[in-house]
Design a protein around this ligand. Structure first.
Ligand code: TPP
Ligand code: MG
Length: 287
């Protein structure tokens, strides 16, 4: 796909439109595969779609033709259960054939239920147990700085995930070490596995919390590709501290009956629901 990847100077209207189309394609394929497999995580995959597409197809320097480039940017999907959307992005980037997504969660597939650095080309960190990605990403950012690399590290977090104490240890350490090569992006959909995030564990004003921890904090609409790219540019320009993009999203985005519902965190998609979801995505309802 002819998109000016790896630039960090905003996104043109034409490129934005191409990426919006890519999101539509990914959402349809995601629903097809999760229905066919009767497994997976629709809600969190749909909510992170524009975030991953903005990173892989515009913001980050990631090239499947040169996967070992020491100066590549690193993208970590710390909320690893959204692996199906990650696999669609990696396939479209050319790390493996697009059709391989149809093997999702099959016995001996390279595309397991959660990302595996050992098995899946393009994956930078095995994730699934929540709370690990920010610490690992911080370590990568510090190592890259020692190597005088221009590469950035992007860590995509879930808002339920940040209940994990390790996230806040990493938040403290990232500020202490002035890790300005690190950008966290919070998929702030306000829903987690079995309820509203604020019912399970109230997190209050997350922007104020990260500011208090010494971070540069940027809010954006997490389904607006232009806004995500601008926020990431702003993050890259901030020196002497790490940045977090608080991306306001909707869990299940694009399928009306899934939107905002924890019931669709990890439920298999039955035939009748599949028909409705597919029709809505074809017609662009809710997207
Ligand atoms: C350490 C750990 N505890 C519990 C789980 C089970 N789990 C998987 S997803 C999830 C909820 C995550 O919610 P959130 O981070 O908000 O993700 P999203 O809404 O983006 O799907 C939980 C509790 C896990 N994977 N790891
Ligand atoms: Mg959530």
């Amino acid at each position: 796909m002819a998109i000016s990847a790896g630039t960090s100077a905003g996104i043109s209207a034409e490129d934005r439109r191409k990426l919006e189309k890519l999101c539509q394609k990914f959402r349809r394929k995601l629903i097809d595969v999760l229905h066919a497999k009767q497994t997976g995580h629709p809600g969190g995959s749909l909510s992170v779609c524009e975030i991953l597409v903005s990173l892989y197809f515009h913001q980050a320097n990631v090239d499947s033709g040169n996967p070992g480039d020491p100066n590549r940017d690193r993208i970590i999907l710390s909320k690893g259960h959204a692996a199906p959307m990650l696999y669609l992005a990696l396939a479209e980037k050319g790390f493996f054939p697009y059709g391989e997504i149809d093997t999702l969660r099959d016995f001996e597939t390279r595309l397991q239920g959660h990302p595996s650095i050992k098995d899946t080309p393009g994956v930078e960190l095995s994730t699934g147990p929540l709370g690990l990605g920010l610490s690992a990403g911080l370590g990568m950012a510090l190592a890259l700085r020692l190597d005088r690399s221009p590469a950035r590290v992007y860590v995509v977090l879930g808002d339920g995930e940040i209940n994990e104490g390790t996230v806040w240890e990493a938040a403290m350490a990232a500020a202490k070490f002035k890790a300005d090569g690190l950008t966290a992006i919070l998929d702030w959909n306000r829903v987690q596995l079995d309820g509203a995030t604020d019912d399970v564990m109230p997190s209050g004003d997350l922007g104020a919390k990260f500011v208090a921890f010494g971070w540069n904090t940027i809010h954006c609409d997490g389904h607006d590709i232009g806004a995500i790219c601008r926020a990431c540019d702003e993050a890259a320009a901030a020196k002497g501290r790490p940045s977090i993009v608080l991306a306001h999203t909707v869990k299940g985005k694009g399928v009306s009956f899934m939107e905002g519902k924890s019931a669709w965190h990890g439920s298999p998609i039955k035939d009748a629901d599949y028909e409705i979801a597919r029709r809505e995505l074809d017609e662009g309802v809710g997207a």
